[in-house]
Every structure is written in structure tokens, then in C-alpha cells.
Ligand binder design. Structure first.
Ligand SMILES: [Zn+2]
Length: 74
């Protein structure tokens, strides 16, 4: 899997996904990441904040990996 596909949009622009990890949580029970980044104003879970190998991880919808029909390159 090309990790860059997860933080680059189809036009090649970098997507700033990595929110500040927030001590207020809540944190994912599996990967421990903050999934609602309240420090940056978030109020809803952002499934792309999980670790990529977490079962709850989903690519950012604007990323290459988040496009419908995306097939990971090997
Ligand atoms: Zn997780």
C-alpha cells in the first residue's frame, strides 16, 4: 500500500490529516489515537485519524485512497 495515497488528493495536493493528538480524547480502544480532534474544533469522529493498521481506519474522503474504486498499488 502506498501510504502517500492516504494523504495526497488526486491532484497531488497534500491533505493535512494529522490533527494534534488530544488528551481530552476519546481515544480508540484499538490503536489509542484520538479520533475526535477537539483541539482543532472537531466534534465528530474522523475515521482517518486511526492508525492505518487499525480495523477502524478509513482513508480521508479527499485522499487518493478514499476515492471510489481505489485499488492500492503494490
Ligand atoms: Zn483505531
Amino acid at each position: 500500500m502506498a501510504n502517500s495515497d492516504h494523504y495526497t488528493d488526486p491532484t497531488g495536493h497534500h491533505i493535512n490529516i494529522g490533527a494534534m493528538q488530544d488528551a481530552l480524547g476519546p481515544n480508540c480502544a484499538e490503536c489509542g489515537r484520538t479520533i475526535i480532534p477537539r483541539a482543532s474544533g472537531g466534534t465528530v469522529a474522523e475515521p482517518w485519524q486511526h492508525a492505518m493498521d487499525c480495523s477502524s481506519y478509513r482513508p480521508h474522503p479527499d485522499s487518493i485512497a478514499g476515492q471510489p474504486g481505489y485499488v492500492p498499488s503494490t
